[in-house]
Design a protein around this ligand. Structure first.
Ligand SMILES: [Fe+2]
Ligand SMILES: [Fe+2]
Length: 201
């Protein structure tokens, strides 16, 4: 901890407080290093929806909210089938179109980030390049999971006869995607939302 010394040679209580309450990433497994959080520290999450920032930050956050919501609904339907709440016909009718839509929307969102926003942010803040590399790799892993999910969903579309093993495999893919997405989306928000909120225009 760095103490600043005031004119009467005492550590400033304000500086002590600032160190004690320095913002930290929103989840303990964050992969963001302290040196990448200089913008996050200027615009911490409790200000993201403030009047000066919401018009710049809420669009991105809303897209992520919708991704989390679609992912949660799919997992709930899958759990509903696993627990016997839904029969095969109901499970299939609920899953098929939703999964196709979810995959499509995620690919669109990743495409816009990989081809547009991320390179733009790196050119604005070159020292954040390694952080955006992590997020870009996440997209690669997610694409692999989405390919798997698509194959399983296509198989589900052809399976009019109940196939419990397929439903179990599909459930596992959803669980893996939830784990990766929850880490990815939160790390991405901690990095990107302050950039959006603090940029001019
Ligand atoms: Fe992303
Ligand atoms: Fe995103």
């Amino acid at each position: 901890m760095t103490l600043s010394i005031t004119s009467d040679n005492k550590a400033s209580p304000q500086v002590l407080d600032d160190d004690l309450f320095a913002p930290s990433p929103r989840h303990p497994e964050s992969r963001l290093e302290a040196e990448w959080l200089f913008l996050y520290n200027k615009l911490p999450p409790d200000q993201w929806f403030g009047a000066d920032y919401a018009y710049k930050t809420s669009g991105w956050l809303k897209v992520h909210t919708n991704i989390r919501k679609r992912q949660r609904i799919l997992t709930q339907i899958s759990e509903g089938y696993q627990s016997g709440e839904y029969d095969w016909a109901k499970y299939r009718s609920q899953m098929l179109k939703r999964i196709n839509m979810h995959i499509l929307k995620l690919h669109q969102h990743h495409g816009v980030e990989d081809d547009g926003f991320f390179p733009e942010f790196v050119s604005m803040y070159p020292k954040l390049a390694p952080a955006f590399e992590i997020l870009g790799h996440d997209h690669g892993y997610l694409n692999g999971l989405l390919d798997k999910l698509q194959i399983q969903n296509d198989q589900l579309a052809r399976s009019e006869v109940e196939d419990k093993a397929l439903a179990e495999q599909l459930h596992q893919t959803l669980v893996d995607a939830t784990d990766l997405l929850s880490q990815h989306l939160t790390d991405e928000e901690d990095l990107v939302i302050p950039i959006l909120g603090l940029r001019q225009g």
